[in-house]
Design a protein around this ligand. Sequence first.
Ligand code: NAP
Length: 327
Amino acid sequence: MEYKKLGATGLSVSPLCLGTMSFGRWIDEQASVAILNEALEAGINFIDTANYYGKGQDVEIPYGTGAAEEILGRALKGRRDNVVLATKVGLAMGYGPNDAGSSRVHILREVEASLRRLQTDYIDLYQIHHFDPRVPQEETLRALDDLVRQGKVRYIGCSNYKAYQMAKAHAISNAMNLERFGSVQPQYSLLVRDIESELLPYCQEENVGVIVYSPMARGMLSGKYNGPDDVPPESRAAHGERMIQRLFTPRNFRLIDKLKPIAQQAELPLAEFSLAWVLNQPAVTSAIVGATKTQHVTSAVNALSVKISDPDLKRIDAVTAEVDGLV
Ligand SMILES: NC(=O)c1ccc[n+]([C@@H]2O[C@H](COP(=O)([O-])OP(=O)(O)OC[C@H]3O[C@@H](n4cnc5c(N)ncnc54)[C@H](OP(=O)(O)O)[C@@H]3O)[C@@H](O)[C@H]2O)c1
């Protein structure tokens, strides 16, 4: 495994990051730990979680339970220092008005809860899960800066920020001499490419680490779904994942039909081809892969050695433009 610098931070991370959104949600602790072990054995040193991840997000309780962090805390005992542990704060952890968002009160409460569940005294990368328009960025950045000074957090990042929101945060950090967001975590895949216009160029220009999530479009880019009503029984869609429904658009199914023959000609499963395309993008530092089976990790590691040819890159852009009605 070749490790990469996370933007301008001092961290070295693997180009694959293990996502843990499935831990304690669709898969139990034993299956989660098997996936974690597979990833660590393959040399993946970067793990992404969130206070929010765990059971209940889809139906029973519409707020986070911390189950994924608890599983990681138990599983990483004795080897915590071998990994770069990233977690997030901001999504609802209860029904109260201060139980979500990026206010000082919520961040300071939630960091303690994450440290307890993760059974560690420090978080390597603490990320704001979503931009919170109700809270001044100065307040959020000062709270995060305090955590860095206290040694509870090593680096800070954000997720789902637009380029202008990130640029404003950087300007505030510079003006107030506060810790600066060293990374951003956006969604990016062959189906969702909007960050190419603003966020990726900004991050390259400013040397910001880019950790992309859902590089296989939550599993859609494995080709396992034939349509919104035709989902395999073991899949996340069958388990009731709400967010994947947003990707089940006619446009995305049409695009997948056009991508399949390109992957076939490259003699790669669509899942590996799609992940390799993300990993081949120069602005991407690391791709956060989801897994519900150990084979998903093996397949992700295979994608690391795939180079997408220039003609294939052009064909991908051409079929995307065609599906989007741009040609
Ligand atoms: N910041 C945010 O707002 C945010 C949002 C979403 C995710 N994330 C992070 O990103 C991580 C990854 O997200 P994701 O799980 O949506 O990513 P993903 O890698 O796009 O999707 C993973 C899913 O793809 C399927 N898959 C993977 N490899 C496969 C293979 N070789 N063959 C067939 N199917 C395969 C599996 O679906 P099945 O399980 O259905 O088989 C797996 O659960 C999360 O765990 C989380 O850490 C962050």
